[in-house]
Design a protein around this ligand. Structure first.
Ligand code: SF4
Length: 318
């Protein structure tokens, strides 16, 4: 996760974090907060990154990532990421990076502003982040599978040139629930439509009350269309036992949006209460969170430095 914000939103929680918490039962995991990656969009706001990283670590821990089992660390505290990035960039043809769809999209978003070398090289740094730990697999949603393919191509090319150092990485695919933001688009910090793990119950209620619903449903007895309604998408995740009733009543014009939102607020706040309480506790014990990050960095460095010894050896570098 990139620390571009001081806390994670519900899309991050349901799309990734919950899955990581499940996976740590089965795998030894490294969960990295990729603070160098956030420089691609925060180059004029670098002083926010450190504090944001601590906030993201609090969200990891509050959601159930167990630092006794899982290594939680910041990318910038393990300098081997930068070294492997440099070496991998030498074996990566430019064309591979120029073809990456997210690069093309971001380039367009810049609307004539300069494109940094870092933005183009983003997938190489990502490959370094992954390959340093020689993992069996990486947890991904279906839309992220192409990103992982660049890492595989870079690993294959490195192995072709220098011998089998890096494994072929498996996709640990998970079903990511569709989480709409309060404006009906995908939940995203940049759309300013997100509900955050760290929001309190009242802030959550204000956001849900103003959320986008079916514009054709004006009165309670108008038949509604729950697909595309952001409140319904929240019901689908946080009010599962009642979601069929919500859908039926909405379509039949037996449910008003105000009541529907109130029910959603109750379910949402109830479901997040434990995580939020835990987060508040962690906010009051910053020293513990910093210790987790420091110890995580030490454990990550131990693995990363072994990989780098091997990489330097096969490349005949000192
Ligand atoms: S009744 Fe509920 S699900 Fe239907 S449009 Fe209104 S808020 Fe959305």
């Amino acid at each position: 996760m990139q620390p571009t914000q001081p806390m994670l939103h519900l899309g991050n929680l349901e799309g990734a974090l919950r899955n990581w918490v499940r996976l740590q039962e089965q795998y030894d995991m490294h969960c990295c907060i990729v603070d160098w990656h956030s420089l691609t969009t925060m180059i004029d706001r670098t002083k926010e990154i450190d504090e944001n990283s601590v906030g993201i670590a609090m969200d990891y821990l509050a959601a159930g990532i167990d630092p006794e089992r899982t290594v939680v660390f910041r990318q910038s505290e393990v300098k081997e990421h930068a070294e492997l990035y440099l070496l991998l960039s030498m074996v990566t043809p430019l064309g591979w990076l120029e073809r990456v769809p997210t690069y093309k999209e971001k380039k367009q978003d810049l609307k004539g502003e300069y494109v940094s070398h870092g933005l183009l090289g983003y997938p190489v740094l990502q490959a370094a982040d992954i390959l340093l730990y020689k993992p069996y697999g990486v947890p991904v949603g279906k839309d992220q599978v192409p990103h992982l393919e660049v890492t595989r191509e870079i690993a294959r090319r490195f192995n072709f040139l220098y011998g089998d150092v890096f494994p072929q990485i498996a996709n640990l695919l998970s079903d990511v629930p569709l989480m709409l933001g309060t404006d009906g688009r995908k939940m995203s910090k940049s759309y300013e439509n997100a509900i955050y793990i760290g929001d309190d119950a009242e802030a959550t209620a204000v956001k849900v009350r103003s959320a986008f619903t079916d514009p054709k449903k004006i009165r309670k007895n108008d038949p509604g269309h729950p697909e595309g309604c952001s409140v319904f998408s929240l019901h689908s995740v946080y009010n599962k036992p009642c979601v069929a009733v919500v859908e039926k009543e909405c379509r039949a014009g037996e449910r008003g949006c105000v009541d529907c939102k109130n029910e959603c607020i109750e379910a949402l706040n109830g479901s997040l209460a434990k995580i939020r309480d835990r987060r508040r506790e962690l906010e009051g014990d910053r020293g513990y969170v910093l210790r987790v990050l420091q110890e995580g960095a030490e454990k990550a460095r131990a693995v990363a430095s072994e990989t780098m010894k091997e990489v330097r050896r096969v490349m005949h570098l000192p």
